[in-house]
Design a protein. Structure first.
Length: 432
């Protein structure tokens, strides 16, 4: 675990002082470094435009300890992108992902398909809930709301909600919906999913080489409103290679998908339509993610859900359940991103409610804020001064990092190396 860079102070004093420093940073002032005796007086520089600090937050369940990385997106040497293990249906720890991709800092990302106790014989895929874009490449779309893992969504939000950074270099909250089709000479079918662990009832989903080698059976289990509902008995799978139907099967399969191939999985009405396709028939599969509010293409996107918009907490946020949390905040017109994670070690397990997370992010200067996966997944890494790699700075629950499907990575010039695959974990038995 990473060594603390400053001793603890009185909760209200430290939080108030840090909030003032955050406000100064938003106004353009340079945040202070650590004082000579090591006590927290502001950020600790990680790289140009990237700084780290930690502090106490008083909360209903007791004092929580937070770790924050501040990222100046207007600095040309800084970029933010998705941490991921090279496949949608795969997991690795944040520290390993950061090391493999050369990130100087990062946090865990989206909620994910962590367990499958309701479907005997079906393994958890480890795939995330919401949309994902890495390096401008679309990896996946969102599962139906009723199929998500994680706490209840605030009213008015959905699995399509994202935090992203556009080609303009600015961070923002948005919502991304899948727009896609399967076309033959005789018909055009709407596409209901892209590399998702759960497909809408009656739909057809597309799986590409980005999915990985994990079984696609889970995509046909549950319903749009009930994650625990039985797997569908009416399924069909079609493999399209270089625009031509190469093979068909009565049930979803597993194994890697070759580049240039797309596997179509149908359930119920979607399966019935796929059965009409014949080997050798020409098929065109199209898909894109369409933004609800931004006309700027995204370089990076991660799923979760908003807790703060335009400086105001969303209505209906849970103010009762305290837990270890991860969040991200946007301020300074999208030019600054704040990455936030709590300690999960026993002495700091009081945690925050989602309502308290929104309040804390606003206190740090965030105008918009986004909740990411928490509990045992909460991990923040940052490079120590003089170190070549990022190390874990918070104390993850249980004392060990949980493998996760993705995260938010912070990179500093020179450009980080291309994504390299790291050993993944197929499933985990405990939810967080």
């Amino acid at each position: 675990m990473g060594r603390r860079t400053g001793r603890l102070r009185t909760a209200w004093t430290v939080f108030a002082a840090w909030s003032a420093l955050a406000g100064a940073a938003l106004a353009g002032a340079a945040p202070a470094d650590a004082s000579p005796d090591g006590s927290v007086t502001g950020y600790h520089r990680i790289a140009p435009g990237v700084r780290y600090t930690e502090f106490d937050i008083p909360a209903a369940a007791g004092v929580a300890h937070a770790h924050v990385v501040s990222v100046d997106l207007s600095d040309p040497s800084v970029r933010v992108d998705l941490l991921h293990p090279g496949a949608v249906a795969a997991r690795a720890t944040v520290s390993r992902l950061a090391g493999a991709q050369g990130a100087v800092a990062g946090v865990n990302g989206d909620f994910f398909n962590i367990t499958e106790t309701q479907h005997p014989g079906v393994a958890a895929t480890g795939a995330p809930v919401g949309p994902a874009i890495a390096g401008g490449r679309t990896l996946k779309a969102a599962v139906p709301d009723g199929q998500r893992f994680g706490p209840a969504l605030p009213p008015g939000t959905s699995t399509r909600d994202v935090l992203g950074v556009g080609t303009d270099g600015k961070a923002r909250l948005d919502s991304l919906a899948l727009d896609g089709s399967v076309e033959t000479a005789a018909t055009r079918l709407p596409l209901g999913g892209l590399n998702q662990y759960a497909l809408p009832v009656g739909s057809v989903g597309a799986f590409t080489s980005d999915w990985g080698s994990v079984s696609r059976v889970r995509a046909t289990c549950g319903t749009d409103t009930d994650r625990a509902a039985p797997c569908s008995a009416d399924t069909h799978e079609v493999t399209v290679r270089d625009g031509v139907v190469a093979s068909t099967a009565d049930a979803p399969g597993s194994g890697p998908i070759t580049s240039g191939s797309t596997v179509l999985v149908g359930r119920e009405a979607g399966a019935q339509e796929l059965r009409k396709l014949s080997v050798g028939e020409r098929v065109t599969v199209r898909h894109q993610l369409v933004a609800a509010s931004s006309g700027v293409p995204y370089r990076f996107v991660v799923g979760g859900y908003p807790v703060l918009r335009a400086g105001k907490p969303l209505a209906g946020l849970d103010g009762k359940t305290s837990a270890v949390r991860t969040a991200a905040g946007v301020t300074d017109g999208g030019n600054r991103l704040l990455l936030f994670a709590l300690d999960g070690a026993p002495e700091f397990r009081g945690g925050l409610t989602i309502a308290e997370v929104a309040s804390a992010m606003r206190g740090l200067g965030s105008v918009d804020a986004f909740s990411l996966d928490g509990g045992g997944s909460t991990t923040l890494v940052a490079r120590e001064p003089g170190s070549a790699s990022a190390t874990v700075r918070n104390h993850p629950s249980g004392g060990v990092e949980r493998p996760v499907p993705n995260g938010i990575g912070v990179f500093s010039a020179p450009a980080a190396p291309a994504v390299s695959s790291v050993p993944s974990v197929p499933s985990v038995s405990s939810a967080g």
